[in-house]
Design a protein around this ligand. Structure first.
Ligand code: DC
Length: 212
């Protein structure tokens, strides 16, 4: 069983998806982390993130994987490094190239196949493109202000104000939902859950009940 969980930045996809996977004994894949690892490789190599063919050619000499420690770049655990401001600032540009997406999506499908097709997969285009036949499709939403307030209390926020975080989220939402290749949008058959007034436990219980 594949459970696809999509939605904008900061909506809580990873937290919720990880818990659903644990409840149901499924593997968990954070696809945003795979694009972030690709972006880290590009930045470390000094390649321009907006140059699609250079990005693709650089990525051909790297491997991306994912395990219980998080994302791996060439076998090195980079779960922490991929959360840097530099990676966050460049990941929309790297992930907008259709040829790059094709490679990364291929990796994601092979990863799920390796886990016997039993996984909770979270991202932006999982229900629409990566696993259009997923048994359960969820699209999580919450207003930018709610998402920014939640993120401000994360250790990742690094002392930024809620307004600064809300601006950055709105910019990334815009880039992710207006790009030509696989824009962020709910699949026609996705269950849309507005998490604004829900606790994490309530969201997890709702998804778990849809899957059982
Ligand atoms: O979920 P995240 O913030 O870690 O994702 C980082 C970026 O990766 C996000 O800005 C858009 C991109 N992304 C994507 O294009 N497709 C996915 N399935 C997941 C993430």
């Amino acid at each position: 069983m594949v459970i696809a969980v999509d939605g904008p930045s900061g909506v809580g996809k990873s937290t919720v998806s990880r818990l659903v996977a644990k409840n149901l004994g499924l593997a968990f894949l954070d696809t945003g982390a795979t694009y972030r690892a690709a972006t880290l490789a590009i930045l470390e190599a000094g390649v321009d993130p907006s140059d699609g063919s250079e990005v693709l050619s650089e990525l051909s000499s790297h491997s991306i994987d994912y395990d219980e420690r998080g994302v791996l770049l060439d076998g090195r655990s980079v779960a922490f490094d991929v959360r840097s401001d530099a990676v966050t600032g460049a990941v929309s540009a790297v992930s907008a190239h259709p040829s790059v997406r094709a490679e990364v999506v291929d990796m994601q499908r092979r990863w799920v196949e390796y886990h016997d097709g039993r996984a909770v997969v979270e991202g932006r285009d999982i229900g629409t493109i990566v696993f259009p036949d997923a048994q359960v499709k969820i699209y999580l939403t919450a207003s930018p202000m709610v998402r920014a307030t939640r993120r401000a209390s994360d250790s990742e926020a690094g002392g930024k104000s809620v307004d600064e975080i809300a601006d950055a989220l709105a910019q990334r939402d815009h880039a992710d939902s207006t790009r030509e290749a696989s824009p962020l949008r709910p699949a026609d058959d996705a269950v849309i859950i507005d998490t604004g007034a829900m606790t994490i436990e309530e969201v997890v219980a709702r998804i778990t009940s849809l899957a059982t």
